[in-house]
Design a protein. Sequence first.
Length: 218
Amino acid sequence: MRVLVVEDERLLADAVGEGLRREALAVDVVYDGDAALERLGVNDYDVLVLDRDLPVVHGDDVCRAVVASGAETRVLMLTAAVDVADRVAGLGLGADDYLPKPFAFAELVARVRALGRRARPAAPPLLCRAGLELDPGRRTVIRDGRPLALSRKEFAVLEELLRADGAVVSAEQLLERAWDEHIDPFTNVLRVTVMTLRRKLGEPQVVLTVPGVGYQIR
């Protein structure tokens, strides 16, 4: 899942971004509405965590732009205002959910994940293939009854491959979905992650390389 966090309180924005990365999400962070529109014009995001009171371009205008674009990005709007009328106004702009500040981080994660599921085609609670069972909610992986301990990035790569249901996923798609915009497209981090993932999954190998195309799980 790829998330854009837009919040002008930099400490809060960076804390939210880092917290979501610990949940194995690919997260970009910006601090004003103009930068948000720029990122939204370049990258495809599943969820936009959007502070309403933004400088340069107001959060309301960012939300309107997302809705008008027809993008499948789901919008979780944040605000310090607690009035019901304020929440209703935000939802009326096209936001999918609303979370008043201060908020519990666990609730933010739950809402982001819920919106992310709505931004994608429906997936079963468990992703199963080739003897693997991956539970996105509990972040657990089992192979042939044996629980596996994966890093955040290994988990994210495996989840994307299982969601593809046997189709080939390109290296570019995996970098975009499991990392963020700062990743070097020429880095070998994906190759190393796939190598360690294969080692942890054990034999027989199920993560296959399709030369010049990407990876798949048969």
